[in-house]
Each structure stands twice: as C-alpha cells, then as structure tokens.
Design a protein around this ligand. Sequence first.
Ligand code: HAM
Length: 417
Amino acid sequence: MSRIQAVKGMNDLLPGQIGHWHRVEAVLRDVAWRYGYQEIRTPVLEKTELFRQAIGDQTDIVEKEMYVFEDAGGVSLALRPEATASTVRAGNEHGLFHNRKQRLWYMGPMFRRERPQKGRYRQFHQFGIEAFGWPGPDVDAEVIRVGTRVWKELGVAGVKLHLNTLGSEASRTRYRDALRDYFTAHVDSLDGDSRRRLERNPLRILDSKVPETRQIVMQAPSMMDFLESGERENFDSLVDSLSRSGIEPVIDDRLVRGLDYYTGTVFEWVTDQLGSQDAVCAGGRYDGLVASRGGHPTPAVGFAMGLERLVELMSVQDIPADGGNLDVYVISMADQQTAVDIGEALRDAGYRVCEHCGGGKLSNSMKRADQSGARFAVVVGEEEQAEGSVQLKDLRGGRGQVRVPRESLVQTMREIG
Ligand code: HAM
C-alpha cells in the first residue's frame, strides 16, 4: 500500500524543531503583552468575498493563491491567506471599534497556494499586531518598536527595516496617474503582469521582480515628490521618532505591498541570510479598510511576521531553542507504583520527569534513561524499596551515584544543582 504524504508546501513540525517554535511563540506573546496588546483569535475559514474585497481582486493572493471551496449552500469559503482582513471583520462584527481604540495581536496558520520553496510555504504561520483608532505617526513608531523588540528579545541580528509611505488617497491618486503615464511610455519593455496592472494598479509594477521591468522601475517617479506637506511632516516625524529609539530605517521609495488595503506608512524587515524569501516581517497603515468593510472610519496600522522564516533565522544564527530535555528518568525494579509516586512528587516540585514503562533488565532501562537526555536517573531496587530510599544517579554532571532517603530526594537534587 502506498503511503499518503503531507500536502506539498505544508510542513510537519517535528519534536526536534519544536524548541525553537516554543521560544519564538513565548517571546512574541510576552512582547505583545508588555506593549498592552490583547489577543484575538478568528476562524481559519472566512467567506472568500472578505479577502477579495479587503486584499484586492488584482493581487496575486486573490488572483491565484487562495484555497477556495464551495460550502453546502453555494457560499464560497477560503482558508485565510492573512489575518488583517479577518481581524477587521471581527472588530466590525463585535463593535470593537465603537468609540474605542484597540491594540490586538494574533498568531496562527495562514494558507497561500504559492510555488513552494525554501521560506515559502502553502501553510505557514504568522504573528501579527494591529492597532485600531490612532492616526499616527506615534502609533506607527510604536508598531515598529514592537517588531524591533522582538528581534532584540530573540537575539536575532541583521534584519533591516525598509520604510516608505504611500501617501493619502489624494496624493496617491496623483502619483498613480504619474506612474501610469511613465510606464505607458515604456510599455514595450514591461512584462505581461505589469502591463496588465498598468491601468488599475500601476503601483504594483514597482514591486515587479522581472529584470527588464526593474530597469524601468529604477527611473520611475518617486512617491516622496507627490506627498502633501502634512504627509511629509508625518513621515519625517515617524523617521525622527524611530531614530530617537535607535532605529535607522532604509527609506525605500520603491517599497509597495502586495495587498491593496495599504495607505500611508508601509514597511518591511528584510535579511540577507534567508535567500530569496528575505522578508521576515511586513506591514503598514490601512486607514480605509475598517470603513470599507462597513465599520466606523477607523485609522489602523499593523504588521505580520512569518514564523517559519524567524525560526530559520534563529537556526542560521545558532540561537538556542527552549531546553527540551528531561530532568529525571525514574526506574523502579520493585513495583511500578513506586516509580509513579516518585515521579508525581518530583513533578510537584517542578521537575520534568518520565517514568520507565514496560519493565525489563536494569541495564536496558539505564540505556533508556541515558537516551532520554535526562539529567538524573532515580533507581529503586528491592533493597531501596524496603528501606524507603532511592539511588540518585547524575547522568550528565559526573557526580556519580548516591543513595538518599526518598523524602530528601528533592533536597539532594537541588543541592547538586
Ligand atoms: P504579507 O507581507 O503578505 O503581509 O506577509 C507578512 C509576512 O508573512 C511576510 O513578510 C513573510 O514573513 C510571511 N509570509 C508571507 N507569505 C508566506 C509564505 N507563503 N510562506 C512563509 N511565510 C510567508 C500580510 O500578511 C499583512 N496582513 C501584514 C499586515 C498586518 N499589514 C498590516 N497588518
């Protein structure tokens, strides 16, 4: 019988890798908590229409990457490709933005049917934060500081912040017109996708990876020249605030995002240590999305980071994972209940313990103790059972073996350290 394998681009996370994941997840929860963000959990399935309208129907995600199927009543549903749209939907649905500001975070699997390669998967995980109700630039700087603190707490180095602004609706419209004129003049040198985008979404051409198109993009007009004075001041004040926190972004006036909801500030952290999938975290401001989804006009800004890329970066940089080893392996050659009782008492004292199961010879059980990675083995033979003692063996630290009364086992382990 042929063995069924996992779906392409969807990974199992095996016990050997999970320590890094635990560390990343713990740091992310802690950082979000310390900045006053609250968790929100939304379903992995939403109506397809939500993503089509929020992300934009000419984006790669909506055009080719969503897992879509029809529900019984003919309703089209999609596995979420990202969670900003879902967070906005949930906020509107439950009145979270009514006369209230919200700092929210989420973490979980997302789904995009992209061509799988290293760092790009069809099921991947994001941690994201979304701040609703503040027009910026203070909160833009806060969101960026949250990301920066994540790198600091994890000990990840070499992620560089790229920053741009897409301006207001009015200035973006003028910029879009100027870009359309410019690209129309060079239409013969553009790739097919870019030509298709020329009419409705010329900004996305700036993001093209096709070498010939990139040549044209290099000479294209810059958004910076189309900002109104207030917008320019806001952007400068954001850069200044970041600089006061020791964050020096690369101002990248070609940075646009692959989702249509962005307005104003946009940013991405990139690294040169992960190959072509170099964006570890990305986000920006989306002041129009809440209202366009039927809510009160609510300015908003946020980001999402890819956990697979973060975990990979930790491996590349040799950053230790959360310790996965056992503290104690308990073997009883007398009766199993003795091992169980000792195990439970050690867990009461906070230790991580496994009891040997399935009997067998002492030498084999000791081999298992060693393979378990535990620091100590606790062994009870008939003699120890009779006198209420145990043999405590230091498996790693070279302190040998001592016989101790059962009631002073924890004390002795603490003394050994
Ligand atoms: P995004 O740029 O599409 O933005 O994704 C954010 C991050 O998710 C990327 O920088 C990358 O680290 C990770 N990522 C995306 N696709 C994949 C993939 N196929 N495999 C592995 N990792 C991936 C958003 O999703 C926006 N919702 C971010 C946001 C939140 N903007 C405002 N608030």
